[in-house]
Ligand binder design. Structure first.
Ligand SMILES: Nc1ncnc2c1ncn2[C@@H]1O[C@H](COP(=O)(O)OP(=O)(O)O)[C@@H](O)[C@H]1O
Ligand SMILES: [Mg+2]
Length: 281
């Protein structure tokens, strides 16, 4: 079954801004080719899109299509083989202090408390920790972790550890937070809770976010826009504006339009991707 014919065209976003260099985040013809012992891997063929400041944008696509590579280029962790990336008016050439990162594995320091893990980037950046104590408290309260501030990571559940990692990613007040499958290792119920928690947090922090997931529903629930990548050689094959108001409520997932958008995203992922195994968690 395809939903494409009935899918309203007004939900499709314009990926590329009129004045590209003026947009907050601009990915212009970004390509990444890895040289390996077995030849070249074209991880990202060509990505072109702009993101407005304050938007929460998800990247979805089949495993191995280049999502993490694209995020690494945006975050300055990988250099594009071609094209260019600008954030906040300047080219990205290396990891930046106005960026925050959250990965699939929380990678907390086991011997440090929750509170000290959140403050860890401040210490490594040699900023005055005293200036960030109040912000650490604010973030831990927003994520319902304040009561656990003196615990070690081993004493927390997986969902709590990921919430600590998100607080740590936000502690230096980044303008752009990049999250690479932060909830993939969690069970389905915890993941639903985390989606709600992240949506609520976002209503408070008002940052720009690039969020990778292989869960279509998670992407649509959390995002202002969903960018769909196809299997390699990968490009952005759809860009959907999610029209639901904020704050986002769990009931939104029961609405026909929500399911229609999810169906459209699923179809786009499978177009040009031979098999039709489910891509969503
Ligand atoms: N450092 C690397 N060296 C060589 N190949 C890589 C490297 N990183 C990723 N790749 C390859 O690039 C492709 C895209 O990977 P990745 O960006 O991790 O995809 P995704 O995050 O969508 O699962 C894969 O085929 C992967 O094996
Ligand atoms: Mg990945």
């Amino acid at each position: 079954m395809t939903t494409m014919t009935s899918f309203p065209s007004w939900l499709q976003a314009t990926s590329v801004a009129a004045d590209r260099d003026a947009s907050y985040l601009s990915v212009q013809g970004a390509r990444k080719t890895y040289d390996t012992r077995n030849g070249q891997v074209h991880a990202v063929e060509s990505a072109d899109f702009d993101i407005d400041e304050g938007d929460f944008v998800s990247l979805v696509g089949p495993s191995g299509c280049g999502k993490s590579t694209l995020m690494s280029m945006i975050g300055g962790l990988e250099t594009p083989s071609a094209g260019r990336i600008r954030v906040g008016g300047s080219p990205v050439t290396a990891p930046r202090r106005d960026f925050g990162y959250v990965f699939q594995d929380a990678t907390l320091l086991p011997w440090k408390t929750v509170f000290d893990n959140v403050l860890f980037p401040i210490r490594t950046q040699k900023r005055p920790v005293a200036d960030y104590l109040a912000e650490a408290e604010r973030l831990l309260r927003l994520t319902d972790l304040w009561a656990f501030r003196d615990k070690r990571p081993s004493e927390l559940s997986g969902g709590m550890r990921q919430r600590v990692a998100i607080c740590r990613g936000l502690i230096n007040d980044p303008q752009l937070l990049m999250m690479d499958e932060p909830f993939s290792a969690l069970d389905a119920i915890t993941r639903d809770d985390m989606n709600l928690a992240l949506a609520q947090l976002w209503d408070q922090v008002h940052k720009t976010a690039v969020f990778i997931t292989h869960s279509i529903r998670e992407a649509v629930f959390l995002s202002d826009r969903v960018l769909v990548m196809n299997a390699r050689p990968s490009r952005i094959v759809a860009d959907i504006r999610v029209p639901f108001a904020r704050p986002r409520r769990a009931e939104m997932q029961e609405e026909p339009l929500f399911n229609e958008i999810c169906g459209f995203v699923r179809d786009k992922i499978h177009e040009g991707h031979g098999s039709r195994q489910p891509a969503s968690a």
